[in-house]
Design a binder for this molecule. Structure first.
Ligand code: IMP
Ligand code: MG
Length: 174
């Protein structure tokens, strides 16, 4: 099946909003060091852009989880594919995600990371699809709430494609 991508949020809109959220995080964490956790692969583009705009000291770590599911639906069963390199004990942790959809992945992940004893843990997402929520997750920073459509770009993929688009688009099937 052939598909094409329709622009939903332009590169300028996304960049401007990341700057605003970066400013807000810099204010909220003033005098503290923020430990950013990137959820691979989707969160990587957003995390890099966000980290550059935070003015308080930043450290970074990466993890990769897979949810067993089809290309467009997550099953809620989460497996750690790559764990963090550093312990979280006494750190002010900010988890950086590409999108919160059903909330299953994040709710599992946040609970697991809380057990590692961070001083605080918050969640920052580029996109949120509130209509799709199945599991309640508290999101502290959201760049954009979007309607229930399958999106790509800025780290988000369809079948591993389109992660490198500098904007957010909706996949439409011809
Ligand atoms: P959740 O567990 O349902 O909240 O979904 C988690 C993961 O599903 C996200 O981190 C994405 O990797 C993927 N996902 C959900 N919606 C989309 C989308 O619209 N485009 C691309 N990936 C998505
Ligand atoms: Mg993801």
């Amino acid at each position: 099946m052939a598909e094409h991508v329709k622009v939903l949020l332009t590169e300028e809109e996304v960049d401007r909003r990341i700057q605003e959220i970066g400013d807000q995080i810099s204010r909220d964490y003033e005098g503290k060091e923020v430990h950013l956790i990137c959820v691979l692969k989707g969160g990587a583009f957003f995390m890099c852009e966000l980290a550059k705009r935070i003015t308080t000291p930043v450290s970074l770590d990466f993890m990769s989880v897979s949810s067993y599911g089809s290309a467009t639906k997550s099953s809620g069963v989460v497996k750690i594919v790559k764990d963090l390199d550093e312990p979280l004990k006494d750190k002010d942790v900010l988890v950086v995600e590409d999108i919160v959809d059903s909330g299953r992945t994040l709710s599992y992940l946040i609970d697991m990371l809380k057990d590692r004893g961070p001083k605080s843990i918050k969640l920052c997402t580029l996109l949120d699809k509130p209509e799709r929520r199945v599991v309640d997750v508290h999101v502290d920073y959201t760049c954009f709430q979007i309607p229930d459509e399958f999106v790509v770009g800025y780290g988000l993929d369809y079948d591993q494609k389109y992660r490198n688009l500098p904007y957010i688009g909706v996949v439409e099937f011809d």
